[in-house]
Design a protein around this ligand. Structure first.
Ligand code: ATP
Ligand code: MG
Length: 389
């Protein structure tokens, strides 16, 4: 069969021509067997990093201490990693050292789950030493080797298992699940940034509820930042913009933005969640004013309506019309107002001050409410009249 690994195929060819072993590994193999488009195509090789660098024209050291070199000779960059094992783990998150090895089998053995521990050779043959294909067929996430040992080595694997169950809609194999519960304490050693990166992926996945349910049922919740008391309210949730939708929904569920600081979310994510919560509050009490409609973005309204449907169990009466209502506003940006502060000062002969903001806000509101046309002359008349100038 024709293989389409793109630039990775070229990379493997060059390595083989130089007498090294080279294979596609990890997520790309899994996704290929699932007929999904892989995120990135990783190559593993028997060549040592310096040997890899010597057989390509242009390389970048992206993680040379772990054996990873980026090859940029071809139309797409390709990551090549030397076969390696990981030494002992004393902190439940990082190996104390990595060791380069000559055997592919050794490299596959250090990988987290059977579905992630397969390789494909340049001629298309599958290397499957731990029953990965079988687990793919059974839709199972299963640790390679002794599950408890693997999660103790690196507790991030616990949350990775949960993330894959959300992305793939797979179950977690029984022994693996049991081991996750047993080792969950070690999650406290994982940097919150790495946990957040996994939650971002969960929020982009098709089965967020799987993840939340596992976290709660396997008593992992207490070992993680955040509140998991509203698991059922994730059942029909789908992010509508991106991962920040998920964080905003979490805030609405808990009526608090605490989760954002616990996970060190970005300022952008914090602002977004704040605005979605504002929209949600407004929807709870009825309908937004024109000004509220104007001030809060489409994305925020859509996210709030989405959360509303899930939490209240029925659609808000504005669910279908909010975009139309927003589109029908006479203006969509403050700078569309036909007068500015300078004109107000000129017409009144007054110096600038807080009054300016006040009048401009009133004009904005009147224009939005269509009590005043957005026309310089009409606004001037209203202003001179109202403000006795
Ligand atoms: P994605 O679609 O998110 O890229 P992936 O399976 O490619 O999924 P990566 O984080 O890119 O995941 O890692 C690539 C491969 O490296 C994995 O498939 C797995 O074999 C191995 N791996 C990654 N992280 C770990 C880990 N913490 N412990 C053991 N093996 C790991
Ligand atoms: Mg990957």
């Amino acid at each position: 069969t024709e293989l389409t690994w793109g630039a990775a195929q070229n990379v493997m060819t060059v390595l083989e021509e130089n007498g090294f072993e080279a294979v596609i590994v990890g997520g790309a193999v899994r996704d290929h067997l699932l007929h999904k488009k892989p995120n990135d195509v990783d190559v593993a090789t028997s060549a040592l990093p310096q040997q890899v660098k010597s057989v390509f024209k242009k390389t970048i050291d992206v993680g040379i201490e772990h054996g990873t070199v980026l090859i940029v000779d071809f139309d797409e960059p390709v990551e090549v990693t030397t076969f390696r094992t990981e030494g002992t783990y004393s902190d439940h998150r990082r190996p104390d050292e990595v060791q380069f090895v000559r055997s592919l089998a050794e490299d596959l053995k250090r990988r987290d789950f059977t579905i992630n521990a397969m390789a494909i050779r340049p001629d298309g043959t599958l290397v499957d030493l731990f029953g990965g294909q079988n687990d793919l067929d059974k839709r199972l996430i299963k640790a390679v080797g002794e599950a408890e040992e693997r999660f103790s080595e690196d507790a991030l694997r616990i949350i990775r298992a949960i993330r894959f169950s959300a992305q793939l809609d797979f179950k977690i194999e029984e022994k693996t699940a049991l081991a996750m519960t047993k080792t969950a304490d070690f999650l406290q050693d994982i940097a919150v940034e790495r946990l957040k990166a996994e939650f971002d992926k969960i929020f982009l996945s098709a089965h967020i509820y799987n993840a939340m349910r596992i976290i709660e049922q396997y008593t992992i919740a207490k070992k993680l930042p955040g509140d998991y008391d509203h698991v059922s309210k994730w059942l029909n949730f789908q992010s509508i913009s991106d991962a920040k939708s998920g964080w905003a929904h979490w805030c609405i569920l808990t009526n608090s933005r605490e989760v954002l600081s616990l996970f060190k979310c970005s300022n952008d994510e914090k602002l977004f969640a704040k605005q979605v919560m504002q929209c949600y509050e407004i929807l709870l009490t009825g309908a937004p004013t024109k000004l509220e409609l104007f001030q809060l973005d489409e994305d925020c309204w859509l996210n709030a309506l989405n959360s509303y449907t899930i939490i209240q169990g029925n659609e808000h009466e504005l669910a279908q019309s909010i975009l139309k209502l927003k589109a029908e506003l006479p203006i969509h940006n403050k700078n569309e107002i036909q007068v500015d502060g300078k004109q107000l000062m000129q017409w009144s002969g007054r110096k600038g001050g807080p009054w300016l903001r006040e009048v401009l806000d009133e004009i904005l509101n009147k224009v939005l409410e269509k009590e005043l046309p957005n026309d310089e002359q009409m606004i001037k008349e209203w202003f001179t009249d109202e403000w006795n100038v």
